[in-house]
Ligand binder design. Structure first.
Ligand SMILES: [Zn+2]
Length: 127
């Protein structure tokens, strides 16, 4: 018997019938986040909504990898990225605040993701 993993995108992405389509920014774009040091051996350490991720990164941008089973958010919400501790290794999970390892397909493939600056986000909203 195989256990079907719940899609990470199943939360809050479906609009109500008759609702106007939201702008792309308001739809969560959830990715798994990996530690730069222990990714090879370990699984994801956090989740992140890519639509809300920007520099400077803070703990509140990152969520639990398993809300259903009560895992806490990985970092204190007030922490800056340089004070993050990986819940697995436990060292700072990101070598560089501008680029982190993520997976957009539930761990099948990994990619380096350029963290945008807040200014870029504001520019996006003006379009
Ligand atoms: Zn680690």
């Amino acid at each position: 018997m195989t256990t079907k993993r719940k899609s990470l995108k199943s939360v809050n992405t479906i609009g109500k019938v008759g609702e106007k389509p939201d702008t792309k920014r308001s739809v969560p774009d959830i990715a798994l986040v990996y530690c730069d040091l222990c990714t090879v051996r370990g699984g994801a350490i956090a989740t992140v909504d890519l639509n809300k991720l920007s520099l400077p990164m803070t703990g509140k941008m990152f969520g639990s990898i398993d809300v259903d089973h009560g895992y806490p958010a990985p970092f204190d919400s007030r922490l800056e990225w340089r004070h993050f501790k990986c819940p697995r290794c436990p060292h700072r999970p990101f070598f560089d605040e501008k680029e982190i390892s993520i997976s957009k397909d539930n761990g099948l493939t990994h990619e380096r993701y350029q963290v945008p600056t807040l200014q870029h986000r504001i520019d996006d909203e003006k379009e």
